[in-house]
Design a protein around this ligand. Structure first.
Ligand code: SF4
Ligand code: SF4
Ligand code: FES
Length: 437
C-alpha cells in the first residue's frame, strides 16, 4: 500500500514552500477537549484504556470523546496558539503546526484519509488507536497516526509496505459458548467443557451506542502484537483448553487486512492438523469479495458476519454512523459478503449470521424482512439472534425478555429459516437455546 501525496501541495523534492505551511495552518481546526463535570462519573475508563498524551499535550484526536461511556467529553474550538514544529515527512523537511496528531497533519498536507479502504489512501477507520490500520513509521517505529502527537524533529514515513503489521489484541481465553460463526450442533470435545478459544482485536469503524464489547473495542493502552505473536498465543490457548476451534472477534476483526491475513497464515502453519478450525466474527462492513477470497485462501474455515439490520435507518440507529453514504456502503458490503460466501463457498466454509435484537432499534417486521431475505438465499443458513442488553452509552433500555426472544424466533421461523440460535438471558444467566430443526 502506498499513501498518495498531493503533489501540488508538497513538492516532490526540496524544501516545503511557505504556501504549504500556510495552507497546513489554515486547514487545521484548533480544538480542545472539555469535560462536563456533571456528566462525568469518574469511571476512569478514559484514563486506563486510552493511550492519551495527556491534557497538556491534547491533540484533539477525539479518542476519549468517542470512548467516554457517559458522553462527558466534547471537542470544542480553542484559541490556543499553535507553534511551528519541524519534522521530516517521507524524507522531506517540513514545518507543521503543534498540538496535532500525525494523521491530522498528514490530512492538512493533502494526504487522502479514508474510512472505507481504497488504494493510495490512509485507511483510518477506528480513530482510537486500536486497529493500527493508520499505522505508519514514526521515529522508525510503527505507530497509529490517529492518536500519536506530532513533535519536534519527528521522522514520519508513510511507506510501510515492507513492515510487519501490528494490532492491539487481547482477551485470549477459552469459550464455552462460541460466537456467531460457531456451528450450533457442535459437540463439545474438550474434557474441560470448552468449545473454542478466542482473542479480541481492538478498534471498530462503527460507533454503536449499545456496543456489547466496549472494553475491548476502545482499548488502545497496551502493547500491540504482531500477527505471529498473536498466533502463537492463540495456539497456546488451544493446547491449554484442548479445543480445535480458534476464533478472532473484536472490536472489528477485519479492519487491518494485512495483519489479519498474516495472523491466519501463521495460525494455519502452527495448526496444520485437519481438525483445526479458524473462525472470524465480523460486522463484514469492509468484507469485499477479494478480501473474503484471500481469507479463505490463507485458512479461514468459519465466519460469523453480524448484520446490524436491513433497513438503512435501523443500521444508522444501531451503529451511530453519521455519514449516510458511508452507512449505505457498510450495510451493502456486509449483506453482499453473506451472499458471496453462500454463492461461492457453500459447503466449503461454515457461515453463521448474527442479528442484534432490541425492540428499541428493530421491529419484528424488520426481523421478518431479514429472515425472508436470508431464506431466499439459503433457508438452512444458521442465524443467531443476540439479545442486546443495556451497555456502554445506552442504559435506559430493557434487555429483551425470554418471551420476546421466542417471538423473534417464531418470526424468523415464519420467514422460512430452519436453523435459529437464540442468545437469551433467563434466570439471570446467559444461556444458549438451540432450536432443533
Ligand atoms: S470515561 Fe467519561 S465518565 Fe469516565 S472518567 Fe472519563 S470522562 Fe469521566
Ligand atoms: S485522548 Fe486525544 S482528544 Fe482526548 S485528551 Fe487525549 S489527546 Fe486529547
Ligand atoms: S484508525 Fe488509527 S488505529 Fe485505527
Amino acid at each position: 500500500m502506498s499513501f498518495g501525496l498531493i503533489s501540488n501541495i508538497i513538492q516532490k523534492e526540496g524544501d516545503q514552500t511557505p504556501e504549504t505551511l500556510l495552507l497546513c495552518f489554515l486547514r487545521i481546526k484548533v480544538l480542545k477537549v472539555i469535560i462536563d463535570k456533571d456528566l462525568c462519573k469518574d469511571c476512569k475508563f478514559c484514563e486506563v484504556a486510552i493511550a492519551c498524551p495527556g491534557q497538556d499535550e491534547c491533540t484533539a484526536c477525539g479518542s476519549c470523546v468517542i470512548t467516554c461511556l457517559f458522553s462527558a467529553r466534547k471537542l470544542v474550538k480553542d484559541k490556543k496558539e499553535l507553534l511551528i514544529v519541524k519534522c521530516t515527512i517521507n524524507g522531506q523537511q517540513m514545518q507543521v503546526p503543534s498540538h496535532q496528531t500525525v494523521l491530522q497533519v498528514l490530512e492538512s498536507l493533502g494526504f487522502q484519509i479514508t474510512s472505507y479502504p481504497t488504494r493510495d489512501a490512509i485507511f483510518a477507520p477506528c480513530r482510537t488507536g486500536g486497529c493500527y490500520s493508520c499505522a505508519i513509521l514514526i521515529n522508525g517505529e510503527l505507530k497509529p497516526s490517529c492518536i500519536t502527537p506530532v513533535s519536534e524533529n519527528m521522522s514520519i514515513n508513510t511507506q510501510v509496505e515492507d513492515q510487519a503489521p501490528k494490532r492491539v489484541v487481547s482477551g485470549f481465553q477459552g469459550h464455552h459458548v462460541g460466537g456467531v460463526g460457531t456451528p450450533k450442533d457442535l459437540i463439545v470435545q474438550s474434557p474441560l467443557g470448552y468449545l473454542e478459544v478466542a482473542c479480541f482485536a481492538s478498534g471498530c469503524l462503527y460507533r454503536c451506542p449499545t456496543c456489547q464489547n466496549w472494553q475491548i473495542t476502545y482499548l488502545s493502552n497496551i502493547q500491540p502484537l504482531s500477527p505471529d505473536e498473536a498466533a502463537y498465543r492463540l495456539t497456546a490457548e488451544r493446547k491449554q483448553y484442548q479445543v480445535d476451534r480458534m476464533a478472532i472477534s473484536g472490536g472489528e476483526s477485519t479492519l487491518n487486512r494485512k495483519w489479519l491475513i498474516q495472523f491466519i497464515e501463521q495460525l494455519k502453519k502452527l495448526n496444520s492438523d485437519k481438525d483445526a478450525r479458524i473462525h472470524i466474527d465480523t460486522n463484514a462492513a469492509i468484507l469485499t469479495p477479494d478480501y473474503i477470497d484471500e481469507l479463505i485462501e490463507v485458512g479461514m474455515t468459519d465466519i460469523g458476519p453480524d448484520l446490524k439490520g436491513i433497513q438503512l435507518n435501523t443500521f444508522i440507529k444501531i451503529t451511530n454512523q453519521k455519514s449516510k453514504n458511508l452507512a449505505k456502503k457498510y450495510l451493502k458490503t456486509s449483506w453482499n459478503a453473506v451472499k458471496y460466501i453462500l454463492d461461492k463457498y457453500s459447503g466449503k466454509v461454515f457461515i453463521g449470521v448474527g442479528i442484534p435484537f432490541n425492540r428499541t432499534f428493530m421491529s419484528l417486521e424488520e426481523v421478518f424482512e431479514i429472515g425472508s431475505k436470508l431464506t431466499s438465499w439459503d433457508p438452512r443458513i444458521q442465524v443467531t439472534v443476540l439479545d442486546y442488553r443495556p451497555e456502554f452509552r445506552v442504559q435506559a433500555i430493557d434487555r429483551p425478555s425470554y418471551k420476546e426472544m421466542l417471538l423473534v424466533k417464531n418470526t424468523l421461523e415464519e420467514s422460512g429459516l430452519k436453523k435459529i440460535k437464540l442468545k437469551v438471558t433467563r434466570f439471570n444467566e446467559s444461556i444458549r437455546i438451540i432450536i432443533k430443526d
